[in-house]
Design a binder for this molecule. Structure first.
Ligand code: FAD
Length: 516
């Protein structure tokens, strides 16, 4: 039986892993987390994926407990600006497509239009709430979406992924404050927190890790070691020498520069979405938190220098950014060949990472932790379990890689060398074939990347049409169907969107109440 887990690293990955394992195994498992006061965390990672809600539920943390401590806000969608052409935008919302007569509203939109109304506007309720800067909840805490139980009561203790639920929102939060909040929660639940530097890692006779050696606290032994040391991969790459497989041939953005910009939230209102704004050599994220925005330029060093990127970002943000200190980051894009080797499991940036265009970093962490529990080993560290884990992690990252490559391939821009190269770049295996299929038919469950990676066919529909790559012709079967049910659905979406945009409180009003 595994009795003691040692986690190295106290960023988002380390603390999410520690709190999740404690919530799962409670006093039957000892969890020690070692973090360095000298090695900084990455300091970004502030927009999430909607499955993160299940993580907080699993820990039994209600929004009113953690959101105010982390300056958190709601995220209903990602708003893509300038990806199709300058000045154009569309939303990728956390909302599944409705159907009429067995075909999705996306299929019906291609057939019936109106095409001057964007697909996301016509088929979804959330874009209207984004434009109107609404909260997804009423002031009494109930969710707008009446088909989901929420009610503002205590969180349900969920188990593992709830892949059948599409939760209609995610969060933005301050990454440093979240790690600190989870550290407080974890230590109260019994996680041992050791503030120290790991200066050596010792191997056992089977090739695994026997103990880590810290500067002040000496050696620390464990049954299972979780590497959460970020891009360094101290245990998995440096000690166990597991190779890292780069994705840079298909996703060349390898740098970012980030700023934390204070804003006066009230007069501006609080946008309930992340913005990804395409620029000449990459794209800029804007993440609205309560009291500041997090922003950063993700770019390729082949097309832009750090100085040019910082200047571009500062001019994009304007005078508010004058005093903000720039954080320049080199990104390691790709994944370990295996994230679980012997008795060491890498979670977070040490396992793998793709640029944050769809806010998947924390999603990968959550997926990794949940899969770890599913594949939980005993002292023998059965490599079949490790293999199952490694497949699931690799597929998840590879699937997201493919989805992100699609963003660049489908983007209608070719106005700078960066965007021209994006159109000509090689594609991951399988995507070229799928793109051919999607030229004839919108993506469906059976034609997208076939393994779990967090994205469903509706996301592919939204991105392809939003970026300007929808099929030229609608599904021929619709020519033979009565469109009445579809028209009713469109009218329903429109009515609901207008009603909710008028009825729901602004995100600022809701959060001002929550933050007290
Ligand atoms: P880190 O934050 O780097 O933490 C590493 C930890 O290891 C630190 O505590 C450090 O002290 C410790 N450590 C290292 N060496 C030692 C040692 N020798 N001894 C002891 N301790 C040690 N994800 C999202 O979900 N949404 C986003 O919007 C998003 N945006 C991103 C933007 C950029 C530019 C980047 C690079 C990443 C982004 N991510 C995003 C990913 C997200 O930031 C990470 O997944 C998340 O922060 C987890 O990081 P981590 O804990 O793995 O590593």
């Amino acid at each position: 039986m595994i009795g003691h887990v040692v986690i190295v690293g106290g960023g988002t990955a380390g603390w999410m892993a520690a709190t999740y394992l404690k919530a799962t195994f409670q006093d039957r498992l000892d969890v020690t987390l070692v973090e360095s006061a000298n090695v900084a965390t990455i300091g970004v990672g502030e927009a999430t994926f909607s499955t993160v809600r299940h993580f907080f539920d699993y820990l039994g943390l209600a929004e009113e407990e953690w959101m105010p401590s982390c300056n958190a806000t709601y995220k209903l969608a990602i708003r893509f600006e300038n990806w199709r052409g300058r000045g154009e935008y569309f939303y990728h919302p956390f909302e599944r497509l409705r159907t009429a007569d067995g075909f999705t509203l996306a299929d019906w939109w291609l057939k019936l239009g109106p095409h001057d109304r964007r697909l996301d506007e016509a088929c979804y309720v959330l874009p209207a709430l984004c434009d109107a800067k609404r909260a997804p909840k009423r002031l009494d805490g109930t969710l707008f979406h009446n088909s989901l139980h929420d009610g503002g009561d205590r969180p349900r203790r969920t188990t593992m992924f709830q892949q059948d639920t599409q939760f209609p929102y995610a969060y933005h939060f301050d990454a440093a404050l979240l790690a600190e909040f989870l550290a407080g929660h974890g230590t109260r639940q019994g996680v041992r927190r050791v503030l120290d530097d790991v200066v050596d890692v010792r191997r056992d006779e089977r090739g695994g890790i026997s103990e880590i050696v810290t500067r002040e606290h000496g050696p620390l032994a464990g049954d299972l070691f979780v590497d959460c040391t970020g891009f360094r991969g101290l245990l998995i790459n440096k000690t166990l020498e597991e190779p890292f497989e780069s994705y840079e041939n298909v996703l060349p953005n390898d740098r970012a520069v980030a700023l934390r910009v204070p804003v006066d939230t009230e007069p501006d209102g609080l946008a309930p979405y992340t913005t990804a704004s395409a620029r000449d050599a990459g794209w800029i994220w804007t993440i609205p938190l309560f009291g500041r925005i997090g922003t950063g330029y993700v770019y390729s060093s082949q097309f832009c220098t750090p100085e040019e990127a910082e200047a571009e970002l500062r001019s994009f943000v304007g005078p508010q950014a004058a005093d903000a200190e720039a954080n320049h980051i080199r990104m390691r894009i790709g994944r370990n060949r295996r994230s679980w080797v012997h008795n060491c499991v890498a979670i977070g940036l040490s396992s793998g990472f793709v640029e944050p265009l769809e806010s998947t970093g924390i999603f990968f962490i959550q997926h990794g932790i949940e899969q770890l529990v599913r594949h939980w080993p005993d002292q023998g560290h059965d490599q079949v379990l490790a293999q199952g884990y490694n497949e699931s992690v690799a597929r998840c990252l590879d699937g997201v890689r493919e989805f992100l490559v699609l963003h660049y391939k489908a983007a209608a821009r070719s106005d700078t060398p960066y965007w021209k190269a994006a159109d000509e770049r090689e594609l991951p295996e399988g995507l070229a074939e799928r793109l051919r299929l999607w030229e004839a038919r919108l993506p469906s469950g059976s034609s997208v990347y076939p393994y779990y990676h967090g994205f469903e066919s509706y996301s592919y529909n939204v991105m392809l049409t939003g970026l300007g790559r929808a099929p030229q012709r609608s599904h021929p079967a619709l020519d033979l169907l009565d469109p009445t049910a579809a028209r009713d659905q469109f009218a329903d979406v429109r009515r609901q969107a207008e009603r909710l945009a008028g009825e729901l409180p602004s995100q600022y009003e809701y959060l001002a109440q929550l933050h007290g």
